[in-house]
Design a protein around this ligand. Structure first.
Ligand code: S3P
Length: 431
C-alpha cells in the first residue's frame, strides 16, 4: 500500500498512544507461565502481539479476548503442550526470543520461524546462553539465524555477561531461569528496558539487582497478575517529535509510559531545547506513566551515544528527523545495533530521509545530521519497517508538498491506527 501524506499547516490535538508493545508481550508470556487467570487491559494492538497470542495458544494456553480485555489462563511451569506445527513469530523478534527462553525448558520439540526480515536477524546471541543453560537449540546458518529448532531440556542456572545490551536476550535468559536448577545472573553492558524484571518481582519471583547484574533465585512459581498496559512511549515519540519540529503545533499525548529505561527520547528532546512538559506523573501496573505536552520548538543539534542508546534505541530514526530540523549538527554514535533491527535502520533512515532532502550521512555505528535544510515531499519506502514508515509519515507532515510512502501498511506491526491518528491531528489550510 502506498500512503500519501501532505505537509500540514496546523498540528493540534490530544491522543492516547496504543498499549506498550514490550510490556504486552511480557504480560502474555509471563502470565502464561504462572498458574491461574490474569486479565490484561489495553494490550498493544498489531501483528506482533497477534504472533505472541497465536504461539501461546499453540502451546496450550487459553487466551480469550472480550470487550477490549484479554484473559490469559496460565498453565504453570509444567502445563505447556507440544505444538503440532511450526510456531510463527511473524516480524516479531520479541516473540521469537522470549518464547525461546520458555521453549528451551519444555519436555518437547518446537520449531520457531518468522518472516524474511526476522529470519535475517541475529539469533546466535540467543542460542549461545541458552545452550550454556543446557538447552538443545539449533538455528540456520551455523546456529546464527531462524528458523530455530528447540528440543527442551532440564536447565541449570548460569552466570552470564551479555555481549550487547539487549532486553530481549536478557528476558529470554530470565524466563529460562524460571525453569532452571540453581541461580542465574545476567550482567548487562548498559541498562536495557527492565519490564521483565518489574513483572517477575510483582509475580513474587526472587530477583536481586547487584549493580549491572540481575540475579534470579528459583523459588515459588510466578503468580498471575492483572495488568493495565500503559501507552507505548515508542509510539508516543512520533507525536512528540512531530510537535517539536512542526512550526504550528500543540499536542498532548496522554497515558504514556515513562519508564526511565525507555524515556531517553524525552531527555534528548529536552536537551535539544524542545518545549516539552511531563504532567500527571503516576504509576500503572508497576510502571511510571504520565501525560506529555509538546509544542513547536526551536531545536538545537546534539550528540547521542553510550549508555543513552538502549534507552532510545527504537526512537533513533525519529531523532535523526528531529536533527534535520535543528540548528547545527546532530551526531548519533554507538548505535550499531540499529543495523540488525526490522531493517538496517541506519542505512534505511539515511537513504529515505536523504530522498526527502535531509543532509544526513551514515556512520558505521550511527548517523551525522546537519540541520536546517527544508524537506520536500517525494517518493520514499518503509523498507518493510514499521518504525521507518511512521518516521517518514511524520517527515511528510513537515515537508513541502506531498509525500508517497511505499509499503506503508507495515505500520500494522505495532500501530495499526497510525495513519488515522495522523489524519485526525492535522489541519491543512487551503489557498
Ligand atoms: C525490545 C527490545 C529491543 C527493542 C525492541 C523491543 C523488547 O530490542 O529494540 O523493539 O521488548 O525487549 P533488543 O533486545 O534486540 O535490543
Amino acid at each position: 500500500m502506498e500512503q500519501r501524506v501532505k505537509g500540514c499547516s496546523i498540528l493540534r490535538g490530544e491522543l492516547a498512544p496504543p498499549g506498550d508493545k514490550s510490556i504486552s508481550h511480557r504480560a502474555l508470556i509471563l502470565n502464561s507461565i504462572a498458574k491461574g487467570r490474569a486479565r490484561i487491559e489495553n494490550l498493544a494492538p498489531g501483528d506482533d502481539l497477534g504472533a505472541t497470542i497465536s504461539c501461546l495458544r499453540a502451546l496450550g494456553v487459553e487466551i480469550i479476548e472480550e470487550e477490549g480485555m484479554l484473559t490469559v489462563s496460565g498453565v504453570g511451569r509444567e502445563g505447556f503442550m507440544e505444538p503440532t506445527d511450526v510456531l510463527h513469530a511473524g516480524n516479531s523478534a520479541t516473540t521469537m526470543r522470549l518464547l525461546a527462553g520458555l521453549l528451551a525448558a519444555q519436555p518437547f520439540l518446537s520449531i520457531v520461524t518468522g518472516d524474511e526480515s526476522l529470519r535475517a536477524r541475529p539469533m546466535g546471541r540467543l542460542i549461545h546462553p541458552l545452550r550454556l543453560m543446557g538447552a538443545e537449540i539449533w538455528g540456520r546458518g551455523h546456529d546464527s539465524q531462524a528458523p530455530l529448532v528447540i528440543k527442551g531440556n532440564k536447565l541449570k542456572g548460569i552466570d552470564y555477561r551479555l555481549p550487547v545490551a539487549s532486553a530481549q536476550i536478557k528476558s529470554a535468559i530470565l524466563i529460562a531461569a524460571l525453569f532452571a536448577r540453581g541461580n542465574t545472573t545476567v550482567a548487562e553492558p548498559a541498562p536495557s528496558r527492565d519490564h521483565t524484571e518489574r513483572f517477575l518481582r510483582a509475580m513474587g519471583v526472587k530477583l536481586q539487582r547487584e549493580g549491572a547484574r540481575i540475579k534470579l533465585i528459583p523459588s515459588a512459581p510466578p503468580t498471575p497478575i492483572d495488568v493495565c498496559v500503559p501507552g507505548d512511549i515508542s509510539a508516543a515519540a512520533f507525536w512528540l517529535v512531530a510537535g517539536a519540529i512542526h512550526p504550528n503545533a500543540q499536542l498532548k499525548v496522554i497515558n504514556t509510559g515513562i519508564n526511565p529505561t525507555r524515556s531517553g527520547i524525552l531527555d534528548v528532546l529536552l536537551q535539544m531545547g524542545a518545549k516539552l512538559r511531563v504532567e500527571r506523573e503516576r504509576r500503572e501496573s508497576n510502571e511510571p506513566v504520565a501525560d506529555v505536552v509538546i509544542e513547536s520548538s526551536d531545536l538545537v543539534g546534539t550528540q547521542i551515544g553510550g549508555n543513552l542508546i538502549p534507552r532510545l534505541i527504537d526512537e533513533l530514526p525519529l531523532i535523526a528527523l528531529a536533527g534535520s530540523f535543528a540548528r547545527g549538527t546532530t551526531t548519533i554514535r554507538d548505535a550499531q545495533e540499529l543495523r540488525v533491527k526490522e531493517s538496517d535502520r541506519i542505512g534505511a533512515t539515511v537513504r529515505e530521509l536523504s530522498r526527502l532532502g535531509a543532509d544526513i550521512d551514515e556512520l558505521p555505528d550511527g548517523m551525522v545530521i546537519r540541520g536546517g535544510r527544508k524537506l520536500t515531499g517525494g517518493e520514499c519506502s518503509s523498507h518493510h519497517d514499521h518504525r521507518l514508515a511512521m518516521t517518514l509519515g511524520i517527515a511528510a507532515l513537515v515537508a513541502q508538498g506531498e509525500t508517497a510512502i511505499h509499503d506503508a501498511e507495515v505500520v500494522a506491526m505495532s500501530y495499526p491506527n497510525f495513519w488515522q491518528d495522523l489524519e485526525r491531528l492535522t489541519i491543512i489550510e487551503r489557498g
